[in-house]
Design a protein. Structure first.
Length: 272
């Protein structure tokens, strides 16, 4: 029995040390992020963000950190899937008034292990239509994700991501993307699930004037992704896309997000 007490005490001490190390590592992350954000020179800003990214990724890889460890890091977005298997972090680095670089890390829990994958934003160099292609962690359409939905079919689980892209000084974009994992926990982005009645897209990009707000969100009361329909108008003599007074939506059934037009949306629908 004495040995049991000794072993138990050693384990408790070991866990306490690990928790302290994790806390010390995490404590430095807010400062590193603020230093990167405060830099005004783009070269120094990029270098400072690289320091934060390396420290953040090391913390994620070495420790099974709880969600609240990262609450104090400014400018960092974190989403957790309803099944608690997926945790995704995104943040951006404003280099100029019109140029942003995006960063992301995905964690996927499978078979009692956690796989951590770093995302590399390459959307500015993608050839062809990004709505039609499947991407991976090394070829990621970078964005700031603000919602994560989970849908299941007979064969697999789909995680739908709602995101925001500053894009340029003239237009911004909101997007819908699909995240899936293979048996080894390797992520893929994009799947032909978005059916508008004419063709199926692997992701949805909605580009609108930076001077106007645009609504894209999941409404639990409607059980739909709801968004404002965009129309082209003249803005300062130039054509621009702005929200009209109509709402459309996407509803998940038969394994796809299917377009539903001319929705009747009331203020009550926006209530939680």
């Amino acid at each position: 029995m004495k040995y049991l007490y000794l072993i138990t005490g050693w384990l408790c001490g070991s866990f306490a040390v690990q928790a302290q190390v994790l806390e010390e590592r995490a404590a430095n992350l807010p400062m590193l992020m603020r230093q990167a954000a405060a830099e005004t020179d783009s070269v120094r800003k990029t270098a400072a963000m690289a320091v934060f990214a390396a420290a953040f990724e090391e913390t994620l890889r070495r420790e099974a950190a709880p969600d609240n460890v990262f609450d104090s890091i400014p400018y960092l977005g974190m989403l957790v899937s309803p099944d608690r298997k997926v945790r995704i972090f995104t943040w951006n680095l404003p280099l100029t008034a019109t140029q942003h670089r995006y960063f992301g890390v995905v964690q996927y829990r499978t078979h009692n292990t956690v796989r951590t994958t770093v995302l590399s934003d390459v959307k500015d160099s993608l050839a062809g239509r990004p709505e039609t292609i499947t991407l991976n962690n090394g070829r990621w359409f970078g964005a700031l994700y603000y919602d994560l939905l989970q849908n299941k079919t007979a064969s697999r689980v789909y995680y739908t991501l709602l995101g925001y892209d500053f894009h340029s000084g003239v237009t911004h974009r909101k997007l819908l993307d699909v995240l899936t994992f293979d048996e080894q926990g390797v992520p893929s982005f994009g799947a032909p699930l978005f059916d508008n009645g004419r063709w199926k897209a692997s992701r949805v990009l909605l580009e609108y004037s930076a001077a106007t707000p645009f609504y894209l969100s999941y409404l639990p009361r409607k059980k739909m992704i709801v968004f404002q329909r965009l129309e082209t108008v003249s803005l300062g003599g130039l054509p621009g896309r702005v929200p009209s007074g109509e709402f459309d939506g996407l509803q998940f059934y038969d394994g796809e997000w299917k377009l539903q037009k001319n929705l009747d949306i009331t203020p009550k629908d926006f209530e939680k």
